[in-house]
Write a protein of this length. Sequence first.
Length: 95
Amino acid sequence: MDTQCRRLVDYWKLNRVGITRREAMNTLFIANLPARVNELRSSGYNIDDIWEKSETTGSRYKRYFLKYDPKDPEWTPVDLKKTPVYTTISARDFV
């Protein structure tokens, strides 16, 4: 596996969120995210994608999610239907 694919898998496993083409360019310095996703898919990784729409410009873009890592079968993605992505933390949580 090349370095860009490894960085992408590590990003998904660490953050457990999807990534867009722009986010991949800005955070991981991956210029061609769809090509890396296709490489990973051909290597046995299960990667899902959804179309999203920008509220400001109306343009559509894809967000990619790692669903299964064949090299780490014990790893499971967060079920976004059951687990909120963002949680509210108050000062009482630190007392």
